[in-house]
Structures are given as C-alpha cells and as structure tokens.
Design a protein around this ligand. Sequence first.
Ligand code: ADP
Ligand code: MG
Length: 598
Amino acid sequence: MTPEPGASVIHILDQATVNKIAAGEVVERPASVVKELVENAIDAGARSIRIELSASKEKITRIRITDNGCGMSPVDALLAFVPHATSKISGIGDLDTIRTLGFRGEALASIAAVSHVILITKPQDSGTVAGTKIVIAGGTVQETSGVGAPEGTSILVEDLFYNTPAREKFLKSVNTELAQIHTIMEGVCLSHPECSFRLFYNNHEQLVTDRSTRSIDTIARLYGTEVVKHLFPVDASCPFMTIAGYLSQPSLTRKDTARMLVIINGRFISSPLINGAVKAGYGTLLARDRFPVTFLSLQIDTRLVDVNVHPTKKQVRLSREKEIADAIKKAVLDAVLSQDLIPAADSPVQGIISQPVVADKEPAYTYPVTEVAPSGVSESTHAGTIDSDQRLRQTELLTGISPVPSKLPAIEVIGEFGGIYILGRTDTGELVVIDQHAAHERILYEQVVLRLKGDHHSQELISPFVLHRTPKEASVLKDLLPALMLEGFVLEDFGRDTFLVRAIPVVLGRMEDAGIIDEIISDLVSDAATGPVNNRERITRVIACRGAIKAGTVCTREQCQRIVDQLRQAQNPYTCPHGRPTIIRFSRTDLDAMFKRT
Ligand code: ADP
Ligand code: MG
C-alpha cells in the first residue's frame, strides 16, 4: 500500500506490542522462563525451590516454580508484572554494588506478555491474612483475588508463546529444551548451594540438591562421585577477588568447554576469557585441544563487574580483565602444582593419551623390533649410548638451577623396555613406568624456559655451519629469524636460500651437531603456519623434542636412573610439553586386581 504523499507513516507502537517485542529478548525459550523465575526466587531469599515441568510429545506445556521466599503484598504482586518494575535497584548507581540476580524489572512482564500466568503469593510472617492470586493472559490481568496460600510465591506459566507463533516455531524438540533447562539448573544449583532445589518432569523427580555450604556436595549430586574423585580444590585471593572451586586432574578432560562452569558473585555466566585463563594455568599439562572440568566461584569487587551487558545476563563485562585473568591463571597453576598428578594405571588417562595431541613432527612411537633380543631384553648400541650420554650430560649441567622439592617419590630404576620405557620402583612400594623420551623432553623444556629468563642463553659455535633450504622454506625461515634470535639461535641470511648458523641455545651446548640443528629448523619451518601456539613456545617445544633422548634408543640402567633423577627435579614432572603423561604408576593393589589375586 503506497501512503498518500505527505501523510505520516510512522506511529508509536501500543504497549502490548512493545511488551511482546521486548519479551523476545528475555524469553527465548522455556529454559529462559525457568532461569528468570528461579532467579527471582533466589533473590526473594528462598531456601527451598521447586520446579515442575509438564510436557506433551511436542512441547513443554507447563512450568511452575514454587518458593518459600519473602512473597509479595497484593499491591506489589500487581506491580511486579509492569515493565521495568523492580524492587532491586532505584537508580543506575546501584548497579555498582548489586548483589541480586535481577534488576531490570523485565522478566515477569515479558513472560506474562507471551503466555498464561497464574501467580499465588503471600508475604512472610503475614499470619492468617489471605494470600493473593493473579491471573494474566497475554499481559492482560484477568483476575485478582484473595486466596489461602503458604508463605512464599508460586508462579505457573502455561501456553508459552501461544500469541507469538513465529517464536513458537523455533522451539526445538522437548528433549532439547529439557537439556537446556538442565544446563540452566546445574548453574543455578552450583551458584546457590545454600538453596535446595527439586526438579520434576511430568511428576517424576529429575534432580534434587540439598542445602549445603559445601559446593563439592552439590557437584557430587549433579555429576556423580566418579567426577568428584578427579577433582582437587583451588583457593586463592588477591585484593579485588577471591577464587574458590574445584579443578579436574588431567585424567579428566573434555574436548570442549561445556564443563567449565564459572560463577561470578553468585551469577552463573559464560566467559571465554576466564576459560582461557584456567586452561593457561594448566600449561603443558593438557593437550591443546583438551579442556579441564572446572567449577570456579569468583567473588570480584562489584565495581569491576558490569552485569548490565546482556538482556539475559549470561555475560558480564569485567574491568581490569588482564589482572583478573592473570590472577586466575596463577591460582590454577599453584593448585595444579600442589597436586600429586601421577596417573594410576587404571585411570581414564587413556582419554588423553589417545588424543592426537602431537604438535611437533615426531613420528608415532614404534617399538624397535629389530633391536629387541629374543629374550625381550634390549641391547644398547655403542653409538646410541654415547649420543644419549651427551644429551643427558647437557641437561644434568643445568639441573638444579633452582631446586624444588620433588613432586615425585624417590624412584629406583629396575629396568627398561624396548628403548622406550623405564621401569622403576618407588619408595612407596609402587611400580612406575616412565616414558624415556617424554621425560627427558620435559626436563629439557623446563631448562629452555628457565634459561630464557637468564641472560646468557646463546653460545657461539666454534665453527659455524651452513644450512640450505628450499626457496619456500627459506622465506618462512627468514620470518622466523627474530623469534629464533630470542631463543638463542643466531642465523645469518646469506642469500640464495642459504643461512649461516653462528650461535645456538646454551641448552643444546653439547649437541653441537649440525644434524640436530637441521632437524630443529626443519620442524620449525614446516610447522610455521600452524596452530595457535606462539612462535617462542613452539621453538621451545621443538628444541625440547629434538634435544631429548630419542624414543627407541636403549639407555643403560645408569642412564635411566639419571633421567629419572632429573625428572624428579622438574617443576611439572607429570607430562611432556605436549600434554602426554611422562609417568604412570601401578600400585600393588592395581596389579593384584589385574592378576585377580584379591
Ligand atoms: P527483577 O527481578 O529484575 O526485579 P522481575 O520482573 O523478574 O524483575 O520481577 C519484578 C519484581 O517482582 C522483583 O523485583 C520482585 O520484587 C518481585 N518478585 C518477582 N518474583 C518474586 C518472588 N518469587 N518472590 C518475591 N518477589 C518476587
Ligand atoms: Mg527477575
């Protein structure tokens, strides 16, 4: 329809339409209704909250939330449904010190605009005075009356989106919607362990938590005691924040961040920043595509947290992001390092091992069948022994630069297997199997990192040597020269794809062998464009990998013992720089069970 020339085409929308449009932001799906109503109950000081869901095959038909919180007077009960009506703030300044989950005054108005609602409420300590019942359809009040009721509030929501068919069409299957509700409830239960929650679905109890002051109880309730076995606590504070919660051992990881739960000031939120900081705190303990299970509750100075950035408040904006992230990373690192993280033989650590975590070019381990004598005992070769000796002596020189109390028990080597594994006996009476290459790689890695903090990490070669590359490799290498320089490699571009190697990192000192340097450069050049790991980290890892004793080189018993002794000096002796385990233990009980001696 073409309007007449000069006629006005703009008009102001009526309130009912405005409310429906606004509702679209807050109430996306049934889970949003549950979230908003449960949050209201928590804000009302409830200690017991009941969630009842009913569903047909196609959709969730009824949602009822009942609480024993403060309740509302008849006047407030009506006001509560007016858009922007709230008891939680009076002005924008109050957001600086906000302690409640709600403050926008939108939820009840939005929910009522797109459904049929019955509210029954009665204030605390109101004795025999009747409660209030309000019936609303599509935002219009149909009925208010007095009614006998317990203290607290109950809100029944039916026919969600009955008057917004476009929204209704986008609802997913009942199971998907239920899963969403479960996710919301897990966050709510964990962030408010002081409340007990009961969730019913078609009259069947689905989820129950008891009131508890210990979040670990709630975690056990929600995820099971098996998960709890793999958790350890984290506790730290700095002037603007306290950090409390639980982290999973590297034996329990996931391929995504879905089990990294973050609560800020009692609010369950999603924060890639914080997830990233937690992951960074684990450092090389985790493969880069694995994520820990974490439950973190942060109390942050409310002035640093802007809660008003998202209509459903799923995200918050943090001031001093970097300091917060750094503090979290450090807290996680400290907590991780205080743990005994040697995986037991029966733990699901295989989940980690079997991951394709290898970021370097190392070939998959293969048993050197030809080297193994028929008896199964491997012979060491003379050349191999000398080479390993050089590599070992190099790291020995540097071990103990800053001695730390060992995180591993004392280990006596009792043998080796296939040139790959070292077998040992701990002073605590356990059998341990150590991956020879991974262990030495870890030792070297830490030394490279430590050396970089010092001054003299580069040493000149007595006789510089020439490296020749393909044109493509040469151009990659040219870009890498500054980063290599930082790590102690001095390479001069000679033109025509030729480079002169003048100096190498001190940690490679005794290995002045062109072969290793050539390998390192090849690895770096072929890896250059891949992965999120920065150049320095990658160079460090490649040096560690190439400088370490090789898998498949049979070491003497004495050499094995030296590797173990050096590993015991490592800050993190548990994994190689790529996150694979260096050591696995078999207790007597484990072995007895395997041999069915129990
Ligand atoms: P907000 O939570 O942002 O204030 P809502 O629309 O969710 O906005 O709720 C409006 C008001 O209704 C709240 O501020 C509160 O005073 C009151 N209210 C809502 N739910 C409850 C409840 N379960 N118990 C007591 N009061 C409630
Ligand atoms: Mg609210």
